[in-house]
Structures are given as C-alpha cells and as structure tokens.
Design a protein. Structure first.
Length: 331
C-alpha cells in the first residue's frame, strides 16, 4: 500500500518538475538541480519499494518470471546505461544538429534553452551521491535556491528546513567547503538533504493537485519513517505516535486499495504469474517436468507446496526419478 501511495504522489511530482524543467525563465542551474532531486527521489523510492515487495514474496520474489528481480536490476543499471550509451549518442547527434542551426543563425536564442536540459538529464552520474554532494554544496553556499515550500507547516517541509539549517550551521564552522571538516560533517549527509527536498516537493505537488487525502497521508508518514530519529528529536514525536499515524494511514487506504490499483492502469504491463491463481497454474503448466507422475494435478501441488509451504496432506503417487538433469529451466 505504501508503494501505491508513493506512485500517486510521485506522479504529481513528475508533472510539477517537468513543468519547472522546461520553463526557459528558470535559471538553468536550478533546472539542473530539479532534475537531480527528481531523479534521486524517483529511483531510490522505486528501488526501496521493489526490494521490499520482492522480499515479502519469499522465494518467488527471486524468480525472473515474476519481474521483481529483473526490474530491480534494470532500475539499478538504468542510469549507467543512460550515461554510458544512450546519452553520448543522443547528445552528440542533437548537439551537432543544434550547433549547425546556431551557426546558420536560426533559433540561436533557443540553442541553450533546449540543449541544456538534454545534457542535464542524461549526463548526471549514475551514482546519486556523486551529484547530490555537489548540489548540496551549491545550495548551502547560496549560489541558487529551489522553489520554497507551498505548505511550510507540513512535516516534510519542516524536515527539509531543519536539515538545511543543521548543515548550514556545520558549514559556518568549517574553514571552507573544500576542507576536511566539510567532507566529514556535511558530505555524508548530502543525500539525506536532497531526499528531504524531494519528499517535500512531491508532497507539495500532490497536495496542490488534490491527490486523495489517504494516499497523501500515507506518503507523508512513510517519508517520515525514513528519518524517524529527527522527528523524535526535533518535533517531539514518540515512536508510538508515529506508529499510530502509520496505522491510521494504512487503515484509510486499505478499503480503497482495489480502486487505486485500477486507477493506476498497470494491469496491461504486469505479466508476472504470481498475480493470480489462474496465471500461476498456466505458468506451472509450461515448466519442464523431470521424472514421471501419474497425475498432472499432483505436479502443480508439489510445486505449490515447495513455494508456498502448503502442508495439506495429499495422496502422493510414486515417482520414477529420471537421471540427474539441470533444473534451471524451472527458475
């Protein structure tokens, strides 16, 4: 349910960040920063949700056919793929094309406007920490600033403000932003600040676009739980109070879960057999059988017992074992 809430809220964030990113009146450095915050928030949220869901599916979470492990690997290497391959080719082609148009005097004033966003999105390092450290430094040094919170009293806005104040205080005591003290006190916490900014932007965008209240509340408490200690230390919450907030948010979303899943419209893209008993039976029927049995139905029960831990007693016909063969095709 947390992943569903995050999906709706991040969709609103995506629309907002794209709007900012393509606005030529926005400082190009700010647009670059927005792309970084958006990327860090999206990728890390998707990876965490994917990992949690796969873990809760047990052994089936590791099966490639159930999509979870393959999506995890794909998301992990997506940035590296973009950086190493796609970005270089696209930037080379579009950059050359734009430069020739610029030299010929056509659309010269738009050259920087539309080439810079391509470079900004595609050439960010595939390691979020590499980019977030630079962005954090630039924000703390006051070289530019992002859009202020629309709802400054929200928990996530207070979190962002609190982290920024803590890091700014550390910067004030450091000899410079290139000192060992800066590397020790600020750089390790750079990613946390960028994530806090991303969560706040996502919350503001979702609230402004009127995302359902239960989804917004669940997203908020899930984001809070990622830095629970700060809210306890700075805002005076107790762990029990935060758990109660989470429980109430989950209880509000659960009755409408099927409605939210239908609104996400992802069914055409889900081919994992784990999603229904019918698909699972069809999948089991495609597996290569090793040995012989007298009942095809019992085959499915054996596989089900192995995967689900079903202890129901079933008359088991004798097996005639075939010589040892690889069982990789089953997985």
């Amino acid at each position: 349910m947390s992943a569903v809430a995050q999906a709706f809220v991040l969709q609103a964030m995506h629309k907002q960040t794209v709007e900012w990113f393509v606005d030529p009146s926005v400082d190009p450095r700010v647009r670059h920063a927005i792309a970084t915050v958006h990327k860090v928030t999206m990728i890390r949220t998707a990876q965490a949700a994917n990992f949690t869901l796969g873990d809760r599916c047990g052994a089936q979470g590791l099966f490639e056919t159930n999509q979870l492990s393959s999506m995890h690997v794909w998301n992990f290497h997506l940035d590296a793929f973009i950086y190493a391959g796609f970005s270089l080719g696209v930037i080379d082609f579009l950059g050359r094309h734009a430069w020739h148009r610029y030299r010929r005097g056509r659309h010269a004033r738009n050259f920087h406007t539309w080439v810079f966003p391509i470079h900004s999105i595609l050439t960010c390092s595939h390691n979020p920490a590499n980019r977030t450290t630079g962005l954090t430094s630039e924000l703390l040094l006051g070289r530019y600033a992002l859009e202020p919170p629309r709802y400054p009293d929200s928990l996530l806005a207070q979190h962002e403000k609190g982290l920024f104040s803590e890091l700014h205080a550390s910067l004030a005591t450091a000899p410079s932003h290139r000192s060992a003290a800066y590397d020790r006190e600020i750089l390790p916490r750079s990613l946390s600040l960028i994530q806090a900014i991303g969560h706040r932007i996502a919350y503001d965008a979702a609230r402004a676009s009127r995302v359902d209240g239960p989804l917004l509340d669940l997203f908020e408490i899930v984001s809070v739980s990622q830095d629970e200690a700060w809210y306890i230390e700075r805002l005076g919450f107790t762990r029990a109070e935060l758990r109660e907030r989470e429980a109430r948010a989950l209880e509000a979303v659960f009755p409408r879960l099927e409605e939210y899943l239908a609104r996400m419209d992802v069914a055409p893209y889900v081919v994992a057999p784990i999603v229904s008993d019918e698909r699972w039976k069809q999948f089991v029927g495609t597996l290569q059988t090793f040995g012989e049995t007298t009942s095809s139905a019992w085959d499915a029960e054996v596989v089900g017992a192995f995967l689900y831990g079903d202890d129901s007693s079933t008359a088991q016909p004798a097996l005639q074992m075939s010589p040892h063969r690889s069982v990789r095709s089953m997985l």
